[in-house]
Design a protein around this ligand. Structure first.
Ligand SMILES: Nc1ncnc2c1ncn2[C@@H]1O[C@H](COP(=O)(O)OP(=O)(O)OP(=O)(O)O)[C@@H](O)[C@H]1O
Ligand SMILES: [Mg+2]
Length: 385
């Protein structure tokens, strides 16, 4: 390792590739530099929050995965997690309130019209296609399928398929069935309904709300909490229930969804982990490099969502304006639990002036979202939720 390189390393604060550059094995050093460049040296501070990227980079440097594989994983990871980024906070908040409103109403008719009208009410003013059946075919890359898509209903037969599913369900006789037969039947119904994906966006939430109302009409006592808390699990389990790839030996698997429904309807307490649903997950290969990555991605995302959910639930309980709420989430997204930040950082991240930044810092502290850091200069804080 030459002096110039060492100097470069010293300049970097917490360089995630440092260890490789120090080892000095030519191939690894090359790759480490490639990654450093790729992710942007000036941004190295922010990168410490992206464990997933670092981990994937390491796997590539170690020679366990190709650069193509690394690229593919990162693309798919960001595509999936983009759904959970703060820009969508406003949408999520609005829709959540509407979900609560619809669920607070007793009225319900088991019909396609009801299903469609739930979509309209949830997304009016948010999606231009609220309440409209899509007239184009769709596919969605799924993390849980390693980037593949479920085969959704074809645009020209959506209405018909929807009606078929409703008619089939209407004819089913629940009397004299055991609870496990009922669960298995409901699993099939909700999975078929979701698979149509009759709308361009918002299918999972519409299906969840409709399903809750339907379950209530059957006498079950259910709320949206379990769905909201496990939103990604619920969606992934529907994906797995509707995906077959014979060549890869993967078949439609409703067991994940069934477990979810057992928790919901029978008060069971099964662990709902996304990682088990990933098509590359193998029970027996825990030490395997690939397995390790899958686990890592999953843990990363789950922690992130969990932490954000905690923060969100605190914010929801307090009198915080939507604007302040969005700003706080954005700050949390940037700083995480590790970074110590002050007014300048807030000004920079939110592009606001110093005065509102100071107010916001005070507000977050009084809500006990942050702690004051002593010895890091004046007015420094860190998130503690
Ligand atoms: N039942 C629910 N209650 C509250 N929020 C939910 C619920 N289900 C999903 N969400 C949130 O809504 C956002 C979008 O969800 P997602 O993309 O998985 O489903 P969708 O948009 O409703 O359906 P699809 O993308 O399959 O058409 C996510 O941030 C998710 O956490
Ligand atoms: Mg969506």
């Amino acid at each position: 390792m030459d002096k110039k390189n060492n100097k470069k390393i010293d300049d970097l604060h917490k360089d995630p590739f440092e260890e490789y550059l120090k080892i000095g094995e030519p191939e690894k050093v090359d790759k480490a530099y490639a990654w450093q460049t790729a992710v942007g040296l000036q941004d190295v501070d922010k990168l410490s929050t992206s464990d997933y990227l670092m981990n994937t980079a390491r796997e590539n440097i170690e020679g366990e995965i190709s650069i193509d594989e690394a690229k593919r994983r990162i693309d798919s990871y960001y595509k999936e997690s983009a759904e959970h980024k703060p820009e969508r906070t406003e949408e999520a908040d609005k829709v959540s309130v509407r979900i609560a409103e619809i669920l607070s109403e007793k009225s319900f008719v088991f019909s396609p019209t009801q299903y469609i009208s739930i979509h309209r009410r949830l997304f009016l003013g948010i999606y231009s296609h609220a309440g409209k059946i899509r007239d184009y075919d769709i596919s969605k890359r799924e993390w849980v399928l390693d980037g593949a898509s479920v085969m959704y209903g074809g645009a020209n037969e959506l209405r018909e398929t929807l009606e078929y599913d409703f008619n089939t369900e209407r004819e089913f006789d629940y009397s004299g069935r055991t609870m496990s037969e009922i669960i298995s039947h409901l699993t099939r119904f909700v999975s078929n309904l979701w698979q149509i994906h009759i709308f361009g966006e918002g299918n999972t939430r519409t299906t969840a709300v409709f399903f809750i109302k339907y379950l209530r009409s059957l006498g079950f006592n259910v709320t949206n909490d379990v769905f909201a808390k496990n939103a990604w699990y619920f969606r992934n389990s529907l994906v797995r229930a509707n995906y077959t790839n014979i060549q890869k030996g993967i078949h439609e698997d409703r067991s994940f969804l069934e477990v979810f429904l057992k928790n919901l309807l029978m008060g069971e307490n099964n662990e709902l982990k996304n990682r088990y649903m990933h098509i590359a997950w193998k029970e027996t290969t825990h030490s395997d490099g690939k397995q390790h990555i899958e686990q890592h991605i999953e843990r990363h995302i789950e922690h992130h969502i969990q932490e954000k959910n905690d923060l969100l639930s605190i914010l929801n309980e307090q009198a915080v304006s939507p604007k302040a709420k969005a700003n706080i989430l954005k700050l949390y997204e940037s700083f995480g639990l590790e970074k110590i930040f002050g007014r300048t950082d807030v000004v920079e991240v939110l592009s606001i002036t110093e005065k509102p930044a100071t107010t916001l810092l005070g507000k977050m502290y009084s809500l006990k979202l942050t702690e004051k850091i002593i010895g890091a200069g004046k007015g420094k804080y860190r998130f503690i939720v």
